[in-house]
Each structure stands twice: as C-alpha cells, then as structure tokens.
Design a protein around this ligand. Structure first.
Ligand code: UDP
Ligand code: MG
Length: 326
C-alpha cells in the first residue's frame, strides 16, 4: 500500500500581534497551499494559531480567519503564559491529529519558505528538523551579541542547545508522543527536544526583520529565558559550587599549615594561629558540605521531573505498522 501524504500542522504562538497577523497569516496560508500543491503534504494540513492571552484584537483576528477558511484553527490560552508554554500548548493540541508539526513565530522573522526544505528532510527520514539562522545581519549588533552569548553560556552550563536555533522547527507526531512524557513545568523547548533524541537534521535560513509590531523579548526576558534554560536543564551550577568547595578546602588546608609553621617560628601574636586555623578549616568544610548537599538537591530535582528513562526509536519488529493519520 502506498503511504498517503503527511498532515502538517503549523503551530504559531501569538501575543499582542494585531499588527502583524493580518500580514503574515496569508503568507502561512500560501505556503501551506504551495506544499500541498507540490504533493509534499496532505490537503488536511492546518495552521494553528495559539493566542497567548493577548490583550489586543489578536483573538478576534484569529477567530475571523478560522471562520473564513477551515485551514485556519485557533486556540486561546486563558491568560498570558509565555512563548514556550504557548508553543507547547499548540504542539500538544496538534500531535494526535497530524503527522508533523512546524512551530514558527507569527512575525515573519523566520523564513516561511524554509518549511519546504524541512518537510523534504522529514520525508527523507528525519523526525526533528531544526531551523538554524545562517546569519543575523538584520539584527542590531547588541541583539546579535547578546543572543550569541546566550547560546554559548547555555552550552557551557550544560544545557545542550543547537547553536543559533530558536523555536522554528519541525517535529514529527511520533517524537511529540515521546515528548509528552516529559512532565516538567519549567519548559525550555530548544533544550528539551534534543533530549528526546531521534534522527534530526538542520535547515539553514536567513532571519529577517519583524514584518510589523514590536518584539516581546527585551534583554530582561532573554536573561530570564537563559536562566530558566540553565536551571531547568542542568545541575551544573551545583557542581561548580562543589568544585569551588574543594578549592576553598585546599586553600584552607594550606592556610592551616602556614599558620602552624608561623606559630612554630614564633612570628605570631598569641591566639593568631588558632584563629586562622579555625577560620580556614570551617570555611573549607562549610563550602564543601554545601556542595555535597547541593548534589543531593540536584538529584532530587532531576527525579522530581519524572522524565522518561528510555525512549525506543527503532525496532526490528513492529508491533504496529507505521501509518499516516491521513
Ligand atoms: N509570544 C508569545 N507569548 C509571549 C511573548 C511572545 O506567544 O509572552 C510569541 C510572539 O507572538 C511571537 C513569538 O512568541 O510569535 C516570538 O516573540 P517575539 O517576536 O516578540 O520575539 P523576538 O523574535 O523578538 O525574539
Ligand atoms: Mg520575533
């Protein structure tokens, strides 16, 4: 039996985007049509807008689009929960009714045309396709510098992320089924999706400027996102404290020896050596103990996430045929 074409759902978070949505919605629709006409995706493919508790006319615009064209679908969060949660809500809404999802911002910054290459890559066997910015020429120097430092810091701190990849990516429904077993509340999708595994690929594109409206990611929000990314993916900061504790203990030990030698040579006033010994000893022990306690807290933290312990991606026998939902 010939496989039918995959159903694609575009997942698009929107927060106060009344200026840009009327501009980009037809572009998404056009791309969907083009992919369907090229025979890459099913006609049952959809564009899912996730309204993230907007305070402007965004939801009305989405509702009107959905009324006018059944290819548009909208869901609305009860309040603003942030970009990551909006994308997650959309992916979970889509995963049972489609074969592939592509998440993309609604402001037209990410090259919509790259979707074709993503779907090609999926058809060639990749289950996750990361959209990677090949250049940031349109960003200001400041935005580029802070954004690139962000990726470097994350990797140094043990949160593995794909360099210059944000949240423009294709994920198959199969991967989303596995991802649904990650129950954590603090989510950082671009660091978590690589944890799920499966065969992945990258598609490069040039990031453009926003087509209308303004960014909701000032430096403060980006720093918060970096902090969230590090603390939700890695316990490396704790290991750094433990290492620091080791160094302080060593220095303390040397300090104790030094104080004793000085006392023996007699170059000290009464009481000095014992004071220095106590301070060095306690300083080292305290820092080291904090690190050890931290290691346990880190383990508890990881356990509390209840992540899946293994995910099977391939079998030489299939308990069920892989088939499209279309
Ligand atoms: N967004 C969202 N909730 C928020 C903030 C942003 O859903 O609380 C959406 C926004 O509508 C856009 C995407 O996330 O589709 C990226 O936001 P933005 O373009 O403002 O960020 P930038 O591209 O400047 O980093
Ligand atoms: Mg943007």
């Amino acid at each position: 039996m010939e496989l039918s074409k995959p159903i694609l759902w575009m997942v698009i978070p929107c927060y106060n985007e009344q200026e840009v949505l009327p501009v980009t919605a037809p572009l998404f629709r056009g791309e969907l049509q083009e992919l369907a006409d090229a025979g890459k995706i099913s006609d049952k493919s959809r564009i899912l807008f996730v309204n993230d508790g907007s305070k402007d006319r965004t939801w009305e615009i989405i509702s009107d689009l959905a009324k006018a064209d059944p290819h548009f679908i909208g869901i609305s969060q009860s309040r603003n929960r942030g970009h990551q949660n909006a994308v997650l809500a959309g992916l979970m809404e889509a995963k049972d009714v489609c074969d592939i999802t592509i998440s993309i911002d609604c402001d037209g910054q990410d090259d919509i045309k790259a979707m074709g290459a993503m779907v090609d890559s999926y058809l060639a066997g990749a289950e996750v396709v990361y959209g990677v910015r090949s250049s940031r020429e349109t960003d200001t120097f400041f935005k580029r510098f802070t954004a690139e430092s962000f990726y470097k810091l994350l990797n140094k701190m043990g949160a593995e992320v794909v360099y210059n990849h944000a949240d423009y990516r294709l994920i198959s429904a199969r991967v989303l089924d596995s991802f649904a077993d990650f129950h954590e509340v603090n989510i950082f999708l671009r660091g978590m999706i690589p944890l799920v595994g499966y065969k992945s690929d990258k598609v490069y594109y040039v990031r453009a400027e926003r087509m209308a409206g303004k960014s909701h990611y000032p430096l403060s929000k980006m720093m918060a996102l970096a902090f969230d990314g590090i603390t939700s993916l890695s316990v490396k900061p704790i290991s750094i404290i433990t290492g620091f504790g080791g160094v302080v203990s060593l220095v303390g030990f040397i300090g104790v020896i030094w104080a004793i030698i000085m006392a023996i040579i007699g170059k000290t006033v009464a009481g000095w050596a014992s004071m220095v010994c106590i301070i060095c000893f306690l300083g080292g022990i305290q820092m080291l103990s904090l690190g050890v306690i931290g290691q346990y807290v880190g383990k508890i933290y990881m356990e509390a996430k209840q992540r899946p312990r293994y995910i099977i991606s391939e079998r030489t026998w299939e308990p069920y045929e892989r088939h499209y939902k279309g």
